[in-house]
Ligand binder design. Structure first.
Ligand code: PLP
Length: 371
């Protein structure tokens, strides 16, 4: 074949294909394994969402509503945004893609942190943009270094808040001060995939105060998702909140039916199930506190978290521990590739999953002589 791929494509590492749990169990000869690696909701989707989706299955011969009218209306009610301030995506991942498509041309610069959510940099590469990557400082976005890295070619700044994987927050004051110093033509994206878990809510940045008062300062876009607190990661629905003028630009690069029919119905129903959402937040907080205490009893260090996941210093090589945990049927995330060779990241699970994790961790730490 004589292929001529765009030069920026050939340097991209494809997303590593994961193994389904069933495959892993077959390979390792284990059963009942648990996955605490992807920051999903362990309690599952809202039963109301499941019921609504089941009821919509016979309509699958129809195209979905290209404007996601009902979901947008429901989200307006949930967030306090006006419909014109909302853009829906096939996961918030897709909204990241819209932003990069709308603002980045070959050679334009985008600032991200490391470690941070990896998709920002990947999508910038696809677009032929230049990634300026700023290391976290003490596990927080280094706002001063980000400001210093801005050049006339900077188009976007992506910051996940809370940060994945460190689960840390930008304070309201630090963000206000930061934004004052960002040039007006740079779009600042706050990825709030985990914002639902941030308690008390006063710790959350009031994004609407920035979205609605854009004069004289850099515009702010907030990204949110149904994949975490709402337990709908498999449905792929996320959204962005932004000034209608920015939303207008993103609508130009959006495919007309990007939110499929079941996703629209399921996400709309999930917004009506406040009890499921609140249970998720409450149980996550309880599970996180219990897990952190147990992990510390085992001699590891649990880092504070504002999310449904947290980092653990296991006092030894994290990838060896990851492998040992796999044999116990517990999937966690090694932070070695992220620059924390002795850390793992775990997602808070159900009570039973958390207990199983602690037992497996104790076994593996002993096996490996870490503590
Ligand atoms: C910081 C952050 N942003 C976005 C996402 C992706 O969300 P979605 O499933 O809505 O594409 C994740 C998923 O893990 C994440 O950690």
């Amino acid at each position: 074949m004589k292929l001529q791929p765009a030069p920026n494509i050939s340097t991209i590492t494809p997303y590593p294909p994961g193994k389904p749990l069933e495959e892993l169990e077959r390979e390792y000869g284990i059963t009942g394994s648990i996955k605490l690696a992807s920051n999903e909701n362990p309690w599952g989707p809202s039963p109301r969402a499941v019921k609504a989706i089941a009821g919509a299955l016979t309509s699958l011969h129809r195209y979905p509503d290209g404007s996601s009218y009902y979901l947008t209306q429901a989200l307006a009610g949930w967030t306090g945004a006006s419909p014109a301030e909302i853009i829906l995506g096939n996961g918030s991942n897709e909204v990241i893609e819209f932003l990069v498509k709308a603002f980045v041309q070959t050679g334009d610069e985008v600032i991200t942190s490391h470690p941070s959510f990896l998709m920002y940099q990947k999508l910038v590469q696809v677009r032929g943009g230049v990634n300026t990557v700023i290391p976290l400082r003490d596990m927080h976005h280094d706002l001063a270094a980000i400001l210093a890295a801005i050049t006339p070619r900077t188009r976007l700044i992506f910051m996940d808040n809370p940060n994945n994987p460190c689960a840390t927050l930008i304070s309201r004051e630090a963000f206000a001060d930061f934004l004052e110093q960002v040039p007006e033509e740079v779009v600042v994206v706050l990825d709030e995939a985990y914002v639902d878990f941030v308690m008390p809510p006063e710790l959350r940045i009031d994004v609407f105060s920035y979205i609605r008062n854009p004069e004289g300062r850099a515009p702010v876009v907030a990204l949110r998702t149904f994949s975490k607190a709402f337990g709908l990661a498999g449905l792929r629905v996320g959204f962005g909140l932004m000034h209608p003028e920015i939303a207008g630009l993103l609508h130009r690069v959006r495919q007309p039916f990007n939110i499929n029919l079941l996703a629209q119905i399921g996400a709309t129903a999930a917004l009506e199930d406040l009890a499921h959402y609140e249970m998720t937040i409450r149980e996550t907080s309880r599970g996180r506190a219990w897990l952190s205490a147990e992990v510390e009893k085992l001699g590891c260090r649990a880092y504070p978290s504002h999310t449904n996941f947290f980092l653990i210093d296991v006092r030894g090589d994290a990838t060896r521990l990851y492998d040992a945990m796999l044999h116990q049927g517990v999937i966690v995330r090694s932070m070695k590739p992220y620059g924390y060779p002795d850390f793992i990241r775990i997602t808070v699970g159900t009570e039973a999953e958390n207990q199983r994790f602690v037992l497996a961790l104790a076994t593996c730490l002993r096996e490996l002589n870490y503590v």
